[in-house]
Ligand binder design. Sequence first.
Ligand code: 5RP
Length: 292
Amino acid sequence: MADKDGNKHAKNFGFDQPAENKSFHVKGMENVDWGMKTRLSQIFDPKSGNTIMLAFDHGYIMGPTQGLERLDLAIPPLMDYADVLMGTRGALRTCIPPDCKKAIALRCSAGSSVLKDDMSHEVVGVDIEDAIRMNATCMAIQSFIGSEGECESISNIVKTIDAGNRYGIPTLGVVAVGKEMERTTKYFSLATRMLAEFGAQIVKVYYCDNFEEVAAACPVPLVIAGGKKIPEAEALEMAYQAISRGAHGVDMGRNVFQADDPKAMIQAIREVVHNGRTGAEAYECYLDIKAK
Ligand code: 5RP
């Protein structure tokens, strides 16, 4: 079974038979408990089936980054347009008004910084009790498949999934791409499928070639990371391509808060994720909102 080479290449993705949601709108989540379903429903809009997560957890690895120098000034003006706020407990407690009524993706892994060459050695940095106290809607844990810290990061995610299952809190498995890791269909298919099979209820991954294969082979919803800042039109096109190839949302940071007009950008992303607009149409919306 554990043959690295010589496995038959996966090819039968059943694109003509999309995964069915009979009684619940979140992919693969028909059989989870009621409590977990209420949290998943706060994350994934029942009408579009998709979500917009606004990621501002960069400081836990990178320190202050452009656009997030002052979380208390950067995030509140954007919150209304996001479905989910993704941050660390320190950022949430100090800078986000607790009456914001948004779902919370609580960053629960910690342990490395950009100063390290190998950032794959992390720990679970938040107790389940504190996640509950924070009213977390889901807990985000990074995984470093194929890296030095692979086993530790898998241990972190399975422990968090077990703790979350005890209390009905979903886990968002974040596929990390370290310096050495490839951004290929093969790598992302492997990593996303592993996290889903470990029991993560949501998986975050980068957009890649043949994304429809990655999405079809992953039995839980995928959300895409934005990655480094790219021109607004390209970021909107990437979001559109991801959604039309099977992603159920975006979890974007730098392409929102480093945009020329972050408020216009997140509204344009909404047009793609919830309102079925193409990347080009959403870019028109971005320019219109920006001009006002
Ligand atoms: C990385 C994360 C970050 O939240 C995410 O990558 C940040 O978003 P972006 O790449 O869009 O700036 O999960 O582990």
